[in-house]
Each structure stands twice: as C-alpha cells, then as structure tokens.
Design a protein around this ligand. Structure first.
Ligand code: PMP
Length: 405
C-alpha cells in the first residue's frame, strides 16, 4: 500500500497552486548576493520576503567570526548538548544572551522551532494547562502536543478572553502557562503585553513570550516587545530565534525562574539532537554584539518600515493593523493571491505567499518584510511594482469598494 495515498488531495491542491506559473513553495535562489538581493537563474530579484530584519546575514564581522570558528573548531559538534556537543562557545553564547536579556539563565536550542518545542514540552505536563493565543506559530502548537498538556486557545490578542478562560480553569489543578508572541509573523501585529501580564498575575499563571520576530526590532535595546512595553518583569520565559534579526539559525529560551536549568535534563528537543555547529555559535555571538553596538540598524529598519507602510497605504492596499517590519497585503481570494505573487516575481520582487492554515482566519496574504539594509530606491521600486501589479489585478478597486476588509 502507498503510504502517501492519503495526500492525494494535497497533491491536487499543490498542482493547482503551481499551475499558475512558478511553484511558490519551491522557489530556489541560485545565489543570494546580499541581505536584499538574490539571483534566480540569471535574474536579479529584490528580497522582500525574509526575516532578515537587521540585515546581518552578510555583516562582515559576523561572517568572519563564523569562518574563524569553522577553521579552528571544525564543521560540527557531532553530538548533543548533554553529551559531547557543548563547547565553550555554546555556554559563552548562553551567558551572552542571558546578559543581553537581563535574565538569570538562557538555554540555546538548535532551532527556534525546537526552542518552543523544548521549552513547552518540559515546562508543561499532562496535568498542566497551556493557554495559547489562537494565532500562535506552529512550533507553539507542536510544543503543546509534545507536552501532552491541556490546551485552551484564546482569541488572538484578546486579554479579556484570556481572563474569562483562566477564571473558568481556576478550580482545576495544575499550573497555567500563557503563551503569546511579540510580533506575529503573518500580520506583523503585536500583543497587548501589559494587559496580558495583568491577567496572568491576577490568575497566578505564568507567561511565556515568543520574541522570534521582535528581538532586535522592538525596545530601546532590541530586547523585544516586553522591553518596548516596559513589562519584562511580568514575563517568566522568553523564547526567541537566531534565524531572523540575528541572521543565522538556532533558538533560545531565557528565564529568571529558579531551577530553570533543570530543563537541560528533561527537554527532549534539547537533549536528543545535535548541538549547533561552532561557526553558527560564533556568528550569532558576534551578531548579538553588533545588535547591541549598532542601534542605528534598528533606526534604519524603522525608517524603512515607515516608508514602505505609508507607500502601501497611500496606494490603497488593505494591510495589517500596525506599521511593522512585516506588512501583509490581504488578497480577496487564493487565485488573486497566486497571480499577484507570480507577477511580482516576474517583475523581480520576491515576497512570501501565505495560504490556508498558515494565515489568520485562513485568508490569503502576500507577506512582505523590511530589512535595515533596504535602500530607499529599493523600497520605491518595490512600491511602484506592487502598486502596478495590484492595479492590474483590480485589487485596489476591490479594496476601495470595501469588499474585502
Ligand atoms: N516562533 C515564531 C513566532 C516563528 O515565526 C518562527 C519561525 N517562523 C519560529 C518560532 C521558529 O523559528 P526557526 O525558524 O528559527 O526555527
């Protein structure tokens, strides 16, 4: 029997998406030239759909630190953090991260996905309750599954709904851990964090914030939404990733909670996978230093965000609720979204296409993201191209008529 037979419908749906031109889920950049440009074949494309917010992927000192570690420490650790895979660099990065985040401890995981999986599965057990924002990233939902905890979803960014649900659970045994994100990856909106802190305190619950998209972006020092909102002391666990602002790969969880380091002996996604290669550890450690010492990158990013967001708004697109490094254009239907995406790529502008389950309410989106390294000329070019293609698809008329808000 063909075990893949169950995916017949998926195969058909994928073929339909790909039939409009390029397969949006199979794009290959033959060469990435910089934080903002790549080649597909010999065609140059503007990268407007990455998570490279500070543009550190090609930052010279980060590259140099990685190269040096590659030469002196080898290509990989060939082992887990609890066996032969903890080098001085791994614990050094953990100390660096803890100091940067002003937390007692930090644990480094091999990806951001695993950081959520590993933290949630170790913190919550079958008797505990996880209260998840409905728009949580897949890694949070998967972590909840691995934890085997009882899961309650609350309405996206709705502290009142969370309050109601926590009250409902108040007589139930077990700990209650609330999980929200700093910046949400699809619409770029932020959590009303101070309100969530108030609710969790009232209920005696714990709070975890995934700052994957907000680290390096928000807060005076780039520590994320909790810093920006002035409520870091109300956050018990901070999760994040090295694959966005820090331009590499890996993830972390940091906390002041006593005995946090016991997670190293119980978190399966931490224990049963190889640790990050020394080159990645070295470039991430350097990237944190760059993030701290070059606040101008954050200023440039915010300037680009304002430029791009106001341009899209002036053109009449239906966008997410706030100006953020992530700006998503809502499309009236999947066919329009696929066509829009293909035409943009044909014009040399790469954005992310988000369909179905990956999007809030299942509505199709073109997800764009800003980088500190985008030039004003690149942003103007992107705005002109997106506006022209949007107009050719009748999208601006549709939204002007208010039919797809
Ligand atoms: N959390 C959130 C909110 C994310 O958006 C992502 C990645 N898109 C992750 C975690 C996983 O991070 P990584 O890709 O570094 O594994």
């Amino acid at each position: 029997m063909n075990v893949l037979a169950k995916y017949r419908k998926l195969r058909e749906a994928h073929a339909a998406v790909a039939s409009a031109g390029q397969d949006p889920f199979g794009v290959v950049f033959d060469r990435v030239i910089s934080a903002t440009e790549a080649l597909i074949g010999d065609r140059r494309v503007l990268l407007l759909g990455t998570n490279n917010y500070l543009g550190l992927t090609f930052e010279e000192s980060c590259v140099a630190a990685g190269v040096e570690a590659l030469r002196t420490e080898g290509t990989g650790t060939t082992g887990s953090r609890i066996a032969n895979g903890s080098y001085g660099g791994h614990s050094g990065l953990e100390r660096r991260l803890a100091a940067f985040l002003k937390r007692r401890s930090a644990m480094v995981f091999s990806t951001g996905y695993q950081a959520n999986l590993g933290a949630l599965a170790a913190l919550a057990g079958p008797k505990d309750h996880l209260l998840l924002d409905a728009d949580s990233h897949a890694s949070i939902y998967d972590g909840a599954k691995l934890a085997g905890a009882q899961v309650t979803r609350f309405r996206h960014n709705d502290p009142e709904d969370l309050r109601r649900r926590l009250r409902h659970l108040s007589s139930q045994p077990g700990e209650k851990l609330v999980v929200v994100e700093g910046i949400y990856s699809m619409l770029g909106d932020t959590a009303p964090l101070r309100d969530f802190v108030e609710v969790k305190r009232e209920a005696g619950a714990w709070l975890m914030v995934d700052e994957a998209h907000s680290l390096g972006v928000l807060g005076e020092n780039g520590r994320g939404l909790a810093e920006a909102e002035g409520c870091e002391d109300g956050v018990d666990y901070v999760v994040g990733t090295f694959s966005k602002s820090l331009g590499a790969v890996g993830g972390f969880c940091a906390s002041d909670v006593e005995d946090f380091d016991l997670l190293r002996l119980t978190s399966r996604p931490y224990m049963f996978t190889a640790s990050l290669p020394p080159s990645v550890i070295a470039s991430v450690t350097r990237a944190i230093e760059v993030m701290e010492s070059q606040p101008l990158r954050r200023v440039r990013l915010q300037r680009n965000v304002r430029h791009f967001h106001s341009g899209l708004q002036a053109a009449g697109f239906s966008l997410g609720p706030v100006a953020s490094p992530v700006a998503s254009i809502r499309c009236p239907d999947q066919e329009t979204a696929i066509l829009f995406w293909n035409r943009l790529l044909a014009e040399g502008v790469y954005v992310n296409l988000a369909l179905g389950q990956a999007t809030p309410e299942g509505k199709p989106l073109l997800r764009t993201s800003m980088c500190a390294e985008h030039t004003p000329e690149q942003i103007d070019h992107a705005l002109a191209t997106i506006t022209a293609v949007g107009q050719s698809l009748g999208m601006l008329d549709t939204f002007a008529a208010g039919t797809a808000a």
